[in-house]
Write a protein that binds this ligand. Structure first.
Ligand SMILES: O=P(O)(O)O[C@H]1[C@H](O)[C@@H](OP(=O)(O)O)[C@H](OP(=O)(O)O)[C@@H](OP(=O)(O)O)[C@H]1O
Ligand SMILES: Nc1ncnc2c1ncn2[C@@H]1O[C@H](COP(=O)(O)OP(=O)(O)O)[C@@H](O)[C@H]1O
Length: 565
């Protein structure tokens, strides 16, 4: 699959500069929002944290992300599936076992209470069986909580109060959701609206929200975000500050927020409403492949191969490196894979897509090319645009190249064949899209790209390096990695103006299981037939070049003689 779209979140970008990464460069203006990252290292992607499968201090899932991700997760946990989509959307199966477990968790909580009572009664009678059942359930609950903590990047870590808050909030949300359902109705266009009567149900709770209710998107968001109501306002300031506009005065913000039933509801509403109403442009690649849903999920055009991979990844050691997969959906006659939005909660995100591996085509492509020589004029033109001398005389005469020829040329003329990865595109914090990396071929050029992408911010460079080292460790434990040939997959680097950074594995459309007799090493040269993908080759190169970039950025920071004059 091509790196077709990189879309930005509406909340954080000027509308005109929202863009997708992949495709022709946009005409974004200047005036990039550049901020120096603080020196403190807020990231911890060390292998020890990976081994424990927890990211206690990662800066990755910043708190607004918690609100958003929690709401998304909660809506999966507690709302009947059919209500998560508009009427014309058809919810399809969500096969992974863990998702089923998550949806069961609310019932389990109620059941837990009953068992708890039973245990107490039985204890008096000295019965052991129900004690054991209770213990088993408690362990299961702990496991589920751990999983949620991990998915939320440690946002819940070491925070008993937020755990309690979440449990209380779940109960509250469930009650509140049931109440709201009685009053929600669906309009002809499939949008959910709230009856004014609903407000009477929980007058105090909803008073602050009335002004937002009439908006169709917001009312839908509100319905979802009853999911996130109970937390205390005190915890919120750090988070809220991140989503309000810079110029807005703090007292006014708090006043606005205190009018709301809860800061989290408000936060979610703001994020989702702004994002869902914002346009995003897919510049090239597979047009229409990726889009944002109204609920804040990423919808990617359905691909069976990718769907199977994502399902498998959800129960693999690598799951913490891939977006959460929510199953798939049919919408307006098209099928989409539902994914967590990796940009959610990031402020002025800066994004880089690196396509991994020493080749970007499957071996099948070679076989196809032998039997069916289809000339692609579009690929010929793309080739000529970059290098008019690249096509052979014959190709010039035909005005076309085969897909294999084009893909091989792309791999050989970039760093794919040599370093095992290539930079496909970058979106800077102001929405400016950079895609012209065709001539980025040497180590020095890639290092320079990493430096400008991060604006030479050492903490960000270090966070990226640490995350990749953690990925490297995790790949060794991954059953998925040992059994798959990973072609055309990308690492999505994201950081923002709040010093948050992370890297995710995306795009598994050309990732296929290896035959039983093939055991890939992922770091040896590819020759036709050995199926090697060079994924680790690329990862090691990236780690090493990030190290080089860190060295250079630190050198730049060392005081020179002129600083003392
Ligand atoms: O990136 P540019 O140079 O534009 O070339 C693209 C990428 O190689 C795509 O691979 P990927 O998806 O791995 O990025 C490939 O898609 P597929 O190989 O997935 O089909 C496209 O083939 P076509 O979709 O046939 O045009 C090809 O045009
Ligand atoms: N879960 C996600 N969250 C945020 N952005 C995403 C997500 N998945 C994909 N994207 C964006 O969409 C672009 C294309 O995604 P990808 O999966 O590579 O699609 P394709 O198969 O069309 O190349 C990526 O470069 C990335 O910017």
């Amino acid at each position: 699959m091509s790196i077709s779209s990189l879309f930005m979140k509406g909340l954080d970008f000027p509308m005109q500069s929202m863009s997708t990464l992949s495709g022709k460069a946009s005409d974004a203006g200047d005036g990039e929002v550049a901020r120096d990252a603080g020196e403190e290292n807020i990231f911890d992607f060390s292998s020890s944290s990976i081994k424990s499968h927890r990211f206690k201090t990662t800066g990755l899932r910043i708190r607004p992300k918690l609100a958003s991700a929690q709401a998304v997760l909660s809506s999966k946990l507690e709302q009947p599936l059919g209500t998560q989509t508009s009427a014309h959307e058809e919810q399809e199966d969500m096969k992974p076992e863990y998702l089923e477990r998550l949806t069961r968790s609310t019932e389990e909580m109620t059941a837990d209470k009953d068992i708890e009572k039973q245990v107490m009664a039985d204890e008096a009678l000295g019965k052991e069986d129900s004690k054991n059942e209770w213990k088993g359930r408690t362990e299961l609950k702990e496991k589920l909580k751990d999983r949620m903590r991990e998915r939320l990047g440690g946002c819940l870590d070491n925070d008993e109060s937020s755990e309690r808050e979440m449990t209380d909030s779940r109960r509250h949300r469930q009650r509140s959701w049931v109440a709201k359902q009685r009053h929600a109705h669906t309009s002809r266009d499939g949008e959910l609206y709230m009856d004014r009567g609903t407000e009477r149900d929980g007058e105090d709770q909803d008073r602050g929200m009335k002004e937002f209710v009439p908006h169709p998107v917001l009312s839908r968001v509100l319905l979802h975000s009853s999911a996130s109501s109970s937390s205390s306002f005190n915890n919120s300031s750090a988070e809220s500050d991140e989503v309000f506009s810079e110029g807005e005065d703090a007292a006014a913000r708090r006043k606005t927020m205190s009018r709301c039933r809860s800061w989290r509801t408000f936060l979610t509403m703001m994020q989702w409403s702004k994002r869902t109403q914002s346009p995003w442009i897919q510049l090239a690649g597979h047009q229409g492949n990726v889009k944002l849903s109204e609920g804040g999920e990423v919808l990617k055009r359905f691909c069976e191969v990718e769907n199977i991979c994502l399902q498998a990844l959800m129960s693999d050691a690598l799951y913490q490196f891939v977006p959460q997969y929510f199953g798939h959906i049919s919408q307006d006659g098209d099928r989409y894979i539902r994914l967590e939005d990796l940009l959610s909660g990031l402020k002025y995100p800066v994004i880089m897509d690196c396509k991994m591996g020493v080749r970007t085509y499957q071996e099948d492509e070679i076989i196809k090319a032998r039997s069916n020589v289809t000339m692609r004029t579009d690929m010929y033109h793309k080739m000529v645009k970059v290098d008019p001398a690249a096509p052979t005389e014959e190709e010039h005469a035909l005005g076309g190249v085969t897909k294999l020829r084009y893909m091989q040329w792309r791999d050989d003329s970039s760093t794919t064949s040599t370093l095992g990865f290539r930079v496909e595109g970058i979106v800077m914090g102001n929405g400016k899209v950079l895609r012209d990396f065709y001539k980025t071929c040497t180590n020095a050029q890639v290092t320079e790209t990493l430096l400008s992408f991060t604006k030479r911010q050492v903490p960000i460079l270090k966070a990226y390096k640490s995350r990749l080292q953690a990925l490297n460790e995790t790949l060794k434990l991954s059953a998925f990695f040992s059994k798959h040939e990973i072609i055309g997959s990308s690492l999505l680097f994201v950081h923002d103006s709040n010093n948050k950074a992370n890297i995710w594995m995306i795009d598994f459309g050309k990732t296929i299981p290896t035959p039983d007799n093939v055991h890939l090493k992922h770091d040896v040269p590819w020759v036709e037939g050995n199926r090697e993908d060079g994924y680790l080759t690329g990862l090691i190169s990236l780690i090493s070049l990030l190290g080089e970039a860190i060295g250079q950025a630190e050198e730049d920071k060392e005081p020179s003689l002129s600083d003392f004059h």
